[in-house]
Design a protein around this ligand. Structure first.
Ligand code: PAF
Length: 298
């Protein structure tokens, strides 16, 4: 595995890897059914969820490129950019068998001058997580487009844990005609159901015991929907109330359509409805997010 800190060095390494991929016999290129470069962007502090993204990436690409970059543009002024855990050494050790190239640029490498050009995300970026994190998705979309332009992968893998982020990246790739396949990877959970997240380590013992109840609240809504409940407003409200009673500071609980993340509406002329139940809430100072998908037959 190679660790690369600068854009020129990364570009030249990736050009070599692509050249060697295409210099093989046409039969072997066709036979692998893999793309030359598959990319997994991260902010580091890697946990099993990230490692799963790398494993999924390996199934789609001959060369797995990961990036580790805590992107200042996607943090608000009162957010945790400064205290976001930076664990490069242990991250590199975890990636040694899973990635071929790790791009770990400095802030100055990514933003050598004040960034003046931004990606304007679609309006859905102002809802859900975007409502409490103004500018977050603009900063995220900007760095993701920069990274995709730097790495130029054929495939990129993102976790479904950040469902709204994944949706916005899909829209970005689609509407800006990026020749890149975006793949969403399932959320990895601990045994008690807590979705893995770098922010889990901010939780104290009591908060850690409470944390899986966010997932339980989503499961409760999913069960109710599967049993026929269609008053989504009521389900959302009940979940907010029960989490609040347990000490959570709830930002939102929302039942949305997977296709566009707009509020779920059930039209009779559709065979099935693909929904996602999303939530973000604070336990003490820690902001947790989770989501689960649910499919209902018409
Ligand atoms: O999901 C993340 O870790 C970040 O938002 C990403 C996609 C690496 C962009 O900074």
């Amino acid at each position: 595995m190679q660790t690369i800190l600068t854009i020129p060095e990364l570009r030249s390494t990736l050009a070599d890897l692509s050249r060697s991929f295409y210099s093989r016999s046409p039969e072997s290129v066709v036979k692998t059914k893999k793309s030359p470069i598959v990319f997994v962007p991260t902010m580091g502090n890697l946990h099993e969820g990230h490692l799963d993204l790398m494993r999924l990436a390996r199934m789609h690409g001959e060369h797995v490129v990961a990036s580790i970059f805590v992107n200042p543009l996607q943090f608000g002024p009162n957010e945790d950019f400064d205290r976001y855990p930076r664990t490069l050494e242990s991250d590199l050790a975890k990636l040694s068998d899973l990635a071929d190239v790790v791009f770990a640029p400095s802030v100055n490498e990514m933003y050598p001058e004040q960034q003046a050009v931004f990606v304007e995300p679609p309006p859905i970026a102002d809802e859900l997580c975007g409502a409490s994190r103004p500018g977050h998705f603009r900063g995220m979309a900007t760095v993701v487009l920069k990274l995709l332009n730097i790495v130029q992968p054929q495939v990129a893998v993102f976790g479904k844990k950040d469902f709204q982020q994944l949706h916005i990246i899909r829209v970005l790739a689609d509407q800006l005609n990026l020749p890149i396949r975006i793949i969403g990877a399932e959320t990895v959970r601990t045994e008690d159901g807590l979705a893995l997240s770098s922010r889990n380590q901010y939780l104290n013992d009591a908060e850690r015991r409470e944390a899986p109840n966010l997932y339980q609240a989503l499961l409760g809504i999913k069960d109710a929907i599967l049993q026929g409940e269609r008053n989504f407003e009521r389900l959302q409200q009940q979940a907010v109330e029960s989490l609040t009673a347990r000490g959570w500071g709830v930002e939102y609980v929302a039942v949305r359509q997977i296709s566009d993340l707009l509020p779920a509406s059930l039209s009779q002329d559709r065979q099935a409805h693909e929904l996602v139940i999303l939530a973000a809430a604070r336990l003490g100072h820690t902001r947790l997010m989770d989501n689960i998908e649910v499919r209902i037959e018409a």
